[in-house]
Ligand binder design. Structure first.
Ligand code: ADP
Length: 491
């Protein structure tokens, strides 16, 4: 039985794991870098071990230092969270070789799924559809445009490019190769048919070490900006029951083929026009957007990770899993939508998280914390649940309006606009929805009373003109005012 776990991560995911451990009575040891010495996660962990300078390469990616910290503190398990080493098969193997439990799947499963082309090949063998693809040396006449070029080692939407006609192909291939070499030190690029009206639908699966693999239904992550998810929800407003059943069955089949144990996500792209789905990739870890699944199924996925890592069988069968209502997650970033979404670095002067029925905030920061250049500028995840999608959207609008973050520019206002856009509210979004006419719509749509911009301006003004104490009182009053019931976005 796991009694003490080392958490090889930071920020909100570290906080999320610590919370689960406290409920389970498991002690936590957290590693941290220079930049995180005073973080919320460090203050919450039972023990914290310093492992190096802020750049991830010198701390959160240092397998040796992390393992040393785990053995020194007599941990019996390592939880990698997401990002950093979470999908690193070598790290998972090293953890096991050190006699510790890796809270994740078998290193072989990570390895197979980690190479996109290998995972696609496996899916094809299992009869799961994959997007038609072309080789670079293919007879150019056989290629059906548009195509999407993807870096084989890519991730996070980097190294992708749409090519609409033959004439652009050669140059685009060269430039994506260069970009891939620079970003991933690997210039292999592959080519897929580009799906014009694509929806991103992924299935949460879970396996144990006794041969059971189940699914916890889907998340729709079609609301993206530059191939990066910004809003996720469950259930998908688009999937009809038969398609949902097919997707979930395909995901479980893929999991079973690699004897998948622990949490995993099977990503599909759904061609809205043809009503067909294709396997895209599998992520062998907990996902950022896992809370929407937790809210609709009522199952704590992080606690379940510990349960199966303890070699216990899943405590339920597929038939036991049902969903209730609708959940939506917004990713709140310190970035400036008016300035090409550049990260907004600096100190959070004041942070007031919304509180209301059906509202959950997963964050790893408090007032006074710095958002640094070293890590992802995500400040928090705001997750709401409603009886249906309509109620969830209204709830999210209210919660966004009450989320006060002063001192930094955030995308809160932008997220509010996305929720109000008819394509989103009607559930018709495809992955390119934000890139196709959204900013023009924003410019042409009257802006509702804007608490966020007022808050930022006020915060800045007070910071510059009043002594600290006075400014704090004024900020507190402003926060209280913005939380009043009568305050409405659009009102
Ligand atoms: P990454 O690993 O960088 O996240 P993915 O392969 O998962 O890259 O793709 C990211 C996003 O790009 C998907 O969510 C989807 O919106 C879009 N995408 C991927 N493949 C296609 C395709 N063939 N046609 C249209 N959109 C695609």
């Amino acid at each position: 039985m796991i009694r003490r776990v080392l958490i090889a991560n930071r920020g909100e995911v570290a906080v999320r794991i610590i919370r689960a451990c406290r409920e389970l009575g498991i002690e936590t040891v957290l590693v941290y870098s220079d930049a995180d010495a005073h973080s919320l996660a460090v203050s919450m962990a039972d023990q914290a071990i310093y492992i190096g300078a802020a750049p991830a390469a010198e701390s959160y990616l240092r397998k040796d230092k992390i393992l040393e910290a785990a053995t020194q503190t007599n941990c019996d398990a390592v939880h990698p969270g997401f990002g950093f080493l979470s999908e690193n098969a070598e790290f998972a193997s090293l953890v096991r070789e050190a006699g510790l439990i890796f809270i994740g799947p078998d290193p072989d499963a990570i390895r197979t799924m980690g190479i996109k082309t290998k995972a696609l090949e496996l899916a094809r063998q299992l009869g799961i559809p994959t997007v038609p693809n072309y080789r670079e040396d293919q007879d150019r006449r056989a290629i059906e445009f548009p195509v999407l070029l993807k870096a084989a080692a890519g991730g996070g939407g980097k190294g992708m490019r749409i090519v609409r006609e033959q004439g652009e192909l050669a140059e685009a291939l060269e430039s994506v190769k260069r970009e891939a070499q620079k970003a991933f030190a690997d210039d292999r690029v592959y080519m897929e048919k580009y799906i014009e009206r694509a929806r991103h639908v992924e299935v949460q699966i879970f396996g144990d070490q006794h041969g059971n693999v189940i699914h916890l239904f889907e998340r729709d992550c079609s609301t993206q900006r530059r191939y990066q998810k910004i809003i996720e929800e469950s259930p998908s407003p688009f999937l009809m029951p038969d398609l949902r059943e097919q997707l979930c069955a395909a995901a479980v089949k893929l999991g079973q083929s690699v004897q998948y144990a622990n949490a995993g996500t099977v990503e599909f792209i759904v061609d809205e026009t043809a009503g067909r789905f294709y396997f895209m990739e599998m992520n062998t870890r907990l996902q950022v957007e896992h809370p929407v699944t937790e809210l609709v199924t009522g199952i704590d996925l992080v606690k379940l990770q510990f349960h199966v890592a303890n070699d216990l069988p899943l405590p339920f069968t597929q038939a036991d899993i049902t969903t209730r209502g609708h959940a939506i997650e917004c990713r709140i970033y310190a970035e400036d939508p008016a300035n090409s979404f550049l990260p907004s670095i600096g100190m959070i002067l004041k942070l007031v998280e919304p509180q209301a029925p059906g509202v959950r905030v997963d964050s790893g920061v408090i007032s006074g914390d710095e958002i640094s250049i070293h890590y992802d500028p995500m400040i928090a995840k705001l997750i709401v649940q409603g009886q249906d999608r309509r109620e969830a959207i209204r709830r999210m609008e209210q919660a966004l309006a009450q989320f006060v973050i002063m001192g930094l520019t955030t995308n809160i206002h932008f997220l509010g606009d996305v929720l109000r856009h008819p394509v989103f509210s009607e559930g018709r979004m495809t992955t390119r929805f934000i890139e196709s006419g959204f900013s023009e719509w924003q410019a042409a749509t009257p802006t509702p009373t804007d608490v966020i911009l007022i808050a930022a301006a006020l915060g800045e003004l007070l910071r510059q003109q009043t002594p600290q104490q006075e400014s704090d009182t004024a900020l507190d009053r402003f926060s209280a005012w913005s939380q009043r019931d009568s305050f409405r976005v659009g009102g």
